[in-house]
Design a protein around this ligand. Structure first.
Ligand SMILES: [Zn+2]
Length: 320
């Protein structure tokens, strides 16, 4: 009932703001400054519906909607066009967090079949030891996670694997250097061993600015990651930050996704809420001839493009 009401209200809001949306789209096309949207999912499944799951049919509806309104892209494409400061179409990248077993029932095979790029962020300790997540145990709904062989199978079939810590800790807390090494660096090495691939991207558990300390961000880049992703909502404008990529939640239903994909004016003018400094080390650029990051020089982190539209407060989106 709440979902139906929310869908109705969002559809009404979208209709009321349709002329502003058209103007925004015209401006993006003219300036070749389309944003990249990065959607995050956790679990696509038929059983045990929770706020972080959607059904298989609903997920396919999302894919169809994205195919109709935008262009599928990888995180590599997203970051490359951030660096190039130009994007001719609206890119949408698909990501998953945590590593739930049921995603392999239909969602991941569907992505592979359609050749849709996807980055799948994995919590290594849970996969290795087949442990339930604390947040699921707290809800009295323990849910199965992927196995190592499933992660390897996905990697071999074109799914990009990413890091999501070893034990899904809140990295906003003041952990020791040793613990950060285990959670961020060692878990990355483990994923590389499992898949035989470079693990380029890291997703912060929970994904709000309060869940990301500067020490953890330093460790992400010192470990060899090229960029990290958050989960508190937001678009990525070309010329903006190429080391931190904002994501929004792929909520059940279709109204929320449709609202994002048709350029909600309230989301265009949002200011970046995360402020951090890059560590002083070499970070491999995604594209050649981009601005080289040299030792002892800090790259300039640009704020997302501002359009002059009024930003609004950010609703509680977040991740697990
Ligand atoms: Zn998570």
């Amino acid at each position: 009932m709440m979902t139906a009401l929310r869908e109705h209200l969002l559809n009404t809001y979208e209709w009321l703001t349709s002329s502003t949306r058209r103007e925004i789209v015209q401006q993006f096309s003219k300036l070749k400054s389309w944003p990249a949207s990065v959607v995050f999912y956790h679990r696509v499944a038929e059983s045990v519906a929770n706020p972080w799951s959607i059904s298989n049919d609903n997920f396919v509806e999302h894919l169809d909607l994205i195919a109709e309104l935008a262009t599928f892209a990888s995180l590599d494409d997203t970051i490359r066009t951030q660096q190039e400061k130009s994007r001719e179409t609206h890119f949408v990248a698909i990501t998953f967090d945590d590593g739930y077993a049921e995603n392999l029932d239909r969602a991941i095979p569907e992505l592979i079949r359609r050749k849709i790029p996807c980055t799948y962020f994995v919590t290594t300790d849970h996969v290795e030891n087949q442990k339930f997540f604390e947040h699921d145990i707290a809800r009295k709904e323990p849910l199965c996670v992927n196995s190592i062989s499933e992660i390897r199978w996905m990697a071999n079939n074109g799914i990009q694997i990413g890091g999501h810590t070893a034990t899904h800790i809140d990295l906003g807390k003041p952990w020791t250097h040793e613990r950060l090494l285990i959670e961020i660096s060692d878990s990355r090495k483990k994923l590389q061993d499992w898949t035989g691939q470079e693990i380029a991207y890291f997703a912060f558990p929970y994904g709000f600015p309060k869940n990301m300390s500067q020490a953890a961000i330093d460790m992400v880049f010192e470990s060899g990651y090229r960029a990290f992703v958050s989960a508190y909502g937001g678009l990525n404008f070309p010329g903006g930050d190429a080391f931190h990529i904002s994501r929004f939640h792929g909520e059940c239903g279709t109204a929320s996704l449709h609202n994002w994909l048709t350029m909600d004016p309230r989301k265009i003018g949002r200011k970046c809420r995360l402020h951090y400094k890059m560590p002083t080390l070499d970070v491999k650029p995604i594209i050649e001839n981009s601005v080289e990051l040299k030792n002892n020089s800090k790259p300039t982190i640009l704020a997302p493009m501002q359009t002059g539209l009024n930003p609004i407060s950010i609703s509680s989106i977040g991740s697990i």
